[in-house]
Design a protein around this ligand. Sequence first.
Ligand code: TXA
Ligand code: MG
Length: 312
Amino acid sequence: MKYNLANIKKAKFLLDRHECVAIPTETVYGLAANAYSDRAVNKIYKLKKRPSNNPLIVHYFNLNDLKRDCILNNDFLKLYKKFSPGPITYILKLKKNSKISKIVTNNKKNLAVRFPKHYIARKLLKSLNYPLAAPSANISSKLSPVCFQDVRDNFGNKLKLILDGGRCLVGLESTIISLFDNPRILRLGGLEVSKIKRILKKNILTKLSSSKISSPGQMRVHYSPGIPIRLNAKKPKKYEAYLLLKKNKKFIKNVYILSKNGDLKEAAKNLYKTLRKIRKDKFKSIAVRKIQNSGLGKTINDRLLRASKFNG
Ligand code: TXA
Ligand code: MG
């Protein structure tokens, strides 16, 4: 289904009636519902099989809309000006009179907020008088979807509507930064931490949830293509798919390249798509050649490390 106004209207129609709709964003596809409605938000948890103590990100059209629900601070405003709309999620304090459903936050006093850049998401948000809670549109612990068909593969006919916005340009989830005392990175993502540092001009702590055991609600196995992954492999075994950042003449058989010239942005965009392809090609396991641990390479390595914890 391609972008047209009728589809956006249909999405609005469903969302206004407390239904879920899958929407494209520039990072990954999201499973969206009215963030002010307990009834709507409950459906997200059910569809995704998501543990109820794992809070959701809420998507806004602009600052004015956000002001109804959250308390803004200087660090936030600096980052917002520079990076939003875009692949960054901020954790802010909720206002006491905010209308955000308690199910979204799992009763906590803070909220994860994001301003997606994709024109369809923006067009839709603009037409609504509530923000959209939207986790990635996958069953919990599976790979996030980066195109219409990925969402379809995940949910079959369980969704009333999936808006088709083509391939996601970033291809990895947003970077999450907590902003009420010292800035803290909670999840590496599509925006490099170095760029955030340059704007805030202060030290930024990184406290990623561990890939083994994690804070309540975090799944132990995340971003999993469902088959074992062996990291930093100098060469593949006979039966393994070999995933490389860039082309390497030494390896030809069963090889999957993230970016011909080793461009990290392109590699990030291709990561989930390539992992899905490897599984579709019926490989039982994946060997990964070392990927440089800088810029978006850090996010790629973070996802591969988490995916490698798959053990069954
Ligand atoms: O790019 C993205 O962020 C995508 C698109 C759809 O916007 N969304 C996404 O949502 O990745 P999800 O639910 O798959 O991941 C959100 C993460 C979860 O790990 C959740 O625990 C964390 O954000 N989170 C949500 N609210 C939080 C909060 N108040 N404090 C700390 N972590 C929070
Ligand atoms: Mg997710």
